[in-house]
Design a protein around this ligand. Structure first.
Ligand code: SAM
Length: 268
């Protein structure tokens, strides 16, 4: 494409509200196989489709991960969850990523900590299809949270991680159009208080964790009290990490080594 064509493209994207119009133009040109395809991609971008779904990939923690239309685009704030998990696992650790989406968390941890045994689960077939590109495909399972896991993992998991949907149903309408119109509801909607899926992740975690194992969840500022209560109710010791710059917020529940449920009500 010549310089005038590129200028015109940047102007179109800027007029559509794209803040990084030059970068987006370059990525769309790279993704398009022909001028007609480029025009189609730009028109879809102008209409509000997420750039990552249009070009087919997202940069997450330095990895280029496949993202298909309709599938949740990993957010940069979720890098905090990756940092927190990576600090807890090593070669041979068993990691379960529930509601894995494109597999971003598990893929980033695996890239940083080779030799971790990863199992990733999502209920959405399109997310599973993406995750099978981004992770060892045999380690990506389709199903409802723990139901998808092999029974042999009960009591053997070092870390359960989940960035489950945590937006309260009523707040979905307030989300940016890119999310509301182009990511599946099942990826966003956390029920009346945002915690419907996350509570299930936490409540069932102790049955799958080995003694001393951890469950880590990304949560929202408004959901943190509820997340904390769910972790305490599951008999877990709670710690919280936050990254003000990215907005990341992670709550961790840790089982008490060699114990059953005596951690219930432990101080947070
Ligand atoms: C907020 S997105 C996060 C995706 C990914 N963890 C990430 O951080 O990029 C939540 C994901 O949870 C999945 N999900 C929702 N309910 C689920 C359930 N009951 N069982 C398995 N996956 C579920 C959605 O399909 C979606 O991919």
């Amino acid at each position: 494409m010549d310089a005038d064509g590129l200028d015109a493209l940047v102007r179109r994207l800027r007029a559509a509200g794209c803040v990084f119009a030059e970068d987006e133009a370059a990525l769309l040109v790279e993704a398009a196989g022909s001028p007609t395809e480029l025009d189609d991609l730009v028109a879809r971008r102008e209409a509000g489709e997420p750039l990552e779904q249009l070009v087919g990939w997202v940069d997450f923690c330095g990895l280029r991960l496949v993202v298909e239309p309709g599938v949740f685009v990993p957010r940069q704030r979720t890098a905090l969850l990756v940092d927190e998990v990576a600090a807890l696992v090593g070669r041979g650790s068993v990691l379960v990523d529930l509601g894995c989406g494109v597999g971003a968390i598990a893929a980033a941890v695996l890239a940083r900590c080779p030799g971790v045994e990863v199992h990733a689960v999502d209920i959405d077939p399109a997310a599973v299809s993406c995750a099978r590109h981004n992770l060892p495909p045999e380690r990506v399972l389709q199903g409802d949270l723990y139901d998808a896991l092999p029974a042999r993992l009960r009591g053997e998991v070092d870390v359960v991680v989940a960035n489950a949907p945590y937006v309260p149903t009523e707040a979905i309408a307030l989300m940016p159009r890119e999310a509301r119109d182009h990511e599946r509801l099942v990826a966003l909607d956390g029920g009346p208080d945002g915690l419907a899926v996350q509570r299930r992740v936490i409540a069932e975690a102790p049955a799958w964790l080995r003694p001393g194992g951890h469950v880590l969840v990304e949560t929202g500022r408004s959901q943190l009290d509820g997340t904390r209560s769910a972790l305490v109710a599951a008999g877990l010791a709670v710690t919280v990490a936050a990254d003000e710059e990215s907005g990341g917020l992670v709550a961790r529940g840790t089982t008490y080594p060699n114990s059953g449920m005596e951690g219930v009500g432990a101080p947070t």
